[in-house]
Design a protein around this ligand. Sequence first.
Ligand code: 13P
Ligand code: SF4
Length: 388
Amino acid sequence: MAIKTQPLEVRWNPEQPIEGVTHMGEPGTDPAVLSEIREIRERLGRDLVLLGHYYQRDEVIQFADKTGDSLALSQHAAQVDGAKYVIFLGVHFMAETADMLTSDAVNVILPDKRAGCTMADMAQIEDVEDTWEQLGGVIDTSKVVPVTYINSTADVKAFVGRHGGTICTSSNARKIITWALEKGERLFFFPDQHLGRNTSYDLGIPLEKMAVWNPEEPMGGNESEQIVRARVLLWRGHCSVHQHFTPEQADGWRKRIPEIKIVVHPECSFEVVQKADYSGSTSQIIKTIAESPSGSKWAVGTENHLVARIGREMAGQGKEVYSLAPYACLCSTMFRISPEALLESLRALEKGEFRWHISVDPDTTREANLALDRMFEITKRGNLASVP
Ligand code: 13P
Ligand code: SF4
């Protein structure tokens, strides 16, 4: 039976203050906490750089020196110069990546060490190694190019580094997958099956040429012929936030507001992306709506703190921005970076202590940086060749 969804009217009041009550209706932070953060931040001056992902709550992201999507934040980390500390207002894999991209003189801090990413946790290095070995029994893995989404652990990044592969983010996935399919006969993509499928399909690879690898089953749950036939092997991972968006929600919005445009993150399912007018990374979503004509109406399929912020910022241009889902899709791990956790990290830094220090060992860093350097180099390239 088809699920009937009733789109919820979620509009944001641009006048609502940041202190006191948050835009998401969460209990507000004690203004004393925010003032102390400001004071310590000021005292630490140029020794400290704060990098913040768009999914952070407003009360936290207001302190970021640089905000961005995963690609921009890794580029900012690679350019940190002269600072002693980076506080990452994001999740664990982002802080690990920043540690690998900064010099040994820079210490990277994640204010809550429980701020992981459920998707990154779905590809454990032991399972990835085991998959590679199993694949080697059926196909020639020297002709398979492994690509990991940046939402992965440092040791998984090191794996792709030592196997001639690379890393992608949602904003450069087209370029990276094109590169991988030019370089090898097949692509092995993990952990997000949706980004891999949506991008490969967009590049002209039919669904019949893709196979899903379930790490919990022998041969990933496939017959050997399915693997041999596949051009793209997709790890069975997903984002717990973006899996909540459904094609029925898109239908509901179009019925209710026929002129509405739908934009979603490519971590959404294939069916949702096919229903959308546009799909792209967080920064591409922001840009798409910012460049739309005034008065346009949008339903957005991504994390709600970002959707709420876009809605507030665009309200002045007469644009209406709604969440695609009829309920709040929050990234609960991003949410763990609270103002209180940030304050604790700052207080610790002033005492010369790290709360929490994210440090990747030198061997893993060296191999993962091979893959990150390849990613930066491919991202800089000009026009895309068509997929061979
Ligand atoms: P981007 O910021 O690269 O779009 O990624 C979204 C995300 O889910 C980060 O974990
Ligand atoms: Fe991970 Fe999804 Fe949260 Fe991004 S939104 S950090 S992919 S759980």
